[in-house]
Design a protein around this ligand. Structure first.
Ligand code: GUN
Length: 290
């Protein structure tokens, strides 16, 4: 059984990205710039955006951090996005989700210029991905494909079962895995699926992005399967300094006993999400310099 080291893959890709950033600075005098917008103070979101900004600076990029109070009116956020759309020093715009309830997520995503949409969330980028045109691939799904390849598996012809149908992970990862380049057969399961284990037991690859700890257990796996765990769940744990620990959607111990390979939480998918964000930001800056 192999634990797939997302940190190691992320580190080697980030070194490559940092080199690309240096080359762009030297050749075109362009420093890739990422604007990261956080509305409110959801603790998980605060830790994600802090990690994104840090990774950005470490790669030699410029990070513009915008923290707004939770009661920021939607109109103000839309105005900010439009201002960043027009700012030539900003190549990528990221609005951390979820947004407070009074703000229409769709309105905000729609306002991001597709050429700066480094999350790959705008309808234009999603559409381009679906029809195989040049686009920004969504970061977590793209990172997942890279992780499976890095684990040594040839994805072509394999059966991948995806658990979860979110716009951020489930739907796009199912789309990416079934593209001709990867060529997996994909089953998309969700909360309406009857007898989830019936499907997961047939899978060579299980991507679990359900948002609930314990969604996948070892008895639901075919021996030797590859498990990609996208979940990040806080479990109370008084023995930890912060009072909680992070676990994925898969029960690690029982899955590891049956799987051929599995991603840990933390240290699996998370570092890859941020890495692919840097990748897209560098690509956005390169395109703007052409
Ligand atoms: N919330 C959870 N994951 C993501 C992500 O990849 N990007 C953004 N913007 N928000 C998120």
């Amino acid at each position: 059984m192999k634990v797939i080291d997302g940190k190691a893959l992320a580190a080697s890709l980030r070194a490559e990205i940092a080199k690309g950033v240096e080359e762009l600075k030297t050749a075109k005098s362009v420093t890739p710039g990422l604007a990261v917008i956080l509305v409110g103070d959801n603790p998980a979101s605060v830790s994600y955006v802090t990690a994104k900004e840090k990774a950005c600076r470490e790669a030699g990029m410029a990070s513009r951090e915008v923290r707004l109070p939770a009661d920021t009116p939607e109109a103000d956020l839309l105005a900010l996005v439009r201002e960043l759309n027009a700012d030539p020093a900003v190549h990528g715009i990221l609005v951390q989700l979820p947004l407070p309830k009074h703000i229409g997520e769709k309105n905000v995503i729609d306002a991001i210029a597709p050429e700066k949409d480094v999350d790959g969330f705008t309808p234009v980028n999603v559409g381009r991905m679906m029809i195989g045109e040049e686009c920004f691939l969504p970061c977590t799904p793209h990172g997942i494909v890279k992780l499976i390849e890095f684990s040594g598996m040839d994805i072509a012809g394999k059966h991948a079962v995806v658990i979860g149908r979110s716009n951020i992970v489930g739907k796009p990862v199912a789309a990416l895995l079934s593209r001709k380049e990867t060529n997996a057969t994909v089953t998309l399961c969700h909360t309406g699926t009857r007898d989830l284990a019936h499907f997961t037991r047939q899978a060579d690859i299980v991507v679990v992005a359900a948002g609930r700890a314990g969604t996948l257990t070892g008895d639901m796996l075919k021996p030797g399967a590859t498990v990609i765990d996208v979940g990040v769940n806080r479990i109370e744990d008084p023995s930890r300094p912060r009072g909680y620990r992070l676990v994925g959607d898969a029960d690690f111990d029982s899955c590891a006993a049956v799987a051929g390979a599995i991603t840990p939480v933390p240290g699996g998918v998370g570092p890859m999400t941020i890495t692919m964000l840097l990748w897209n930001t560098l690509e956005a800056a390169r395109r703007s310099a052409r």
